[in-house]
Design a binder for this molecule. Structure first.
Ligand SMILES: *[C@@H]1O[C@H](CO)[C@@H](O)[C@H](O)[C@H]1NC(C)=O
Length: 227
């Protein structure tokens, strides 16, 4: 044993004669004790590692089980919640959709649009009854109005631009000539695609805004979006 690769133990042996035996034994025991504690430490470290691993596995497993639970709920159908991401998602291009509303005060011919009735307005401005373009491009422009069919009624979408100084150019027009005074309600829908530049203002003009039927905010609309 003394030759078996423990030179330090041999050195201790030569120095001490008789009383050296119990210390050697005790030293051996101490070494065994150290080895035991080391082993204990290693085992406990391994156990800790396993416990942490178990935690991770549990964490990995938990979201999977949660989604499966929610999908089963969706299939069952009692709780259907729309994803909140869809509400905060910004449009990829300029877009505007305006409606009538309580706050709207029309001009005699030029229609105004509500800023209270949750207008959709992204990368476009609403100023002086007009939609103001911020980004140059091709836009799909539309407007729908509901009106009292009394006599002559026209509905148009116009463009005011710096390129044509003074006045504005009509982009879309619809006319209606009713015979007699039926006082029926009619609708006019206009839509088209136009190339618009920065600063261009779009507005809706009618023959007489007091002939517009204003029952619901969504009956009169005006919008545009870049294509
Ligand atoms: C608009 O219509 C109202 C009611 O029919 C009428 O009193 C008014 O004179 C009209 N305004 C114009 C500018 O034609």
């Amino acid at each position: 044993m003394s030759k078996g690769g423990y030179p330090s133990v041999c050195v201790v042996d030569t120095h001490s004669t008789r009383p050296a035996v119990p210390p050697r034994l005790s030293q051996g025991r101490r070494r065994a004790g150290v080895a035991q504690t080391l082993l204990f430490l290693l085992v406990s470290v391994a156990l800790c590692g396993m416990a942490i691993e178990a935690c991770f596995i549990y964490r990995l497993y938990r979201p999977g089980s949660a989604t499966s639970a929610s999908t089963s709920k969706l299939i069952a159908g009692p709780v259907v919640t729309s994803p909140p991401e869809a509400l905060v998602l910004a449009p990829s291009k300029p877009v505007a959709h305006l409606t009538d509303g309580q706050d709207v005060v029309h001009g005699t011919k030029i229609m105004a649009w509500s800023m209270d009735a949750a207008p959709l307005l992204y990368e476009m401005d609403y100023k002086d009854k007009s939609l103001v373009i911020q980004k140059e491009g091709y836009y799909y422009v539309y407007s729908k109005v509901s009106f009292l069919d009394i006599d002559v009624f026209y509905h148009s979408v116009n463009r005011r631009t710096e390129r044509y100084s003074g006045g504005s150019i009509p982009l879309l027009v619809s006319r209606r000539f009713s015979v007699g005074s039926s006082e029926m309600r009619s609708n006019s829908y206009l839509a088209g695609v136009f190339h618009l530049t920065k600063g261009d203002a779009l507005f809706v003009k009618v023959s007489n805004t007091s002939h517009i039927a204003r029952l619901k905010s969504y009956e009169n609309i005006f919008g545009a979006y870049m294509i």
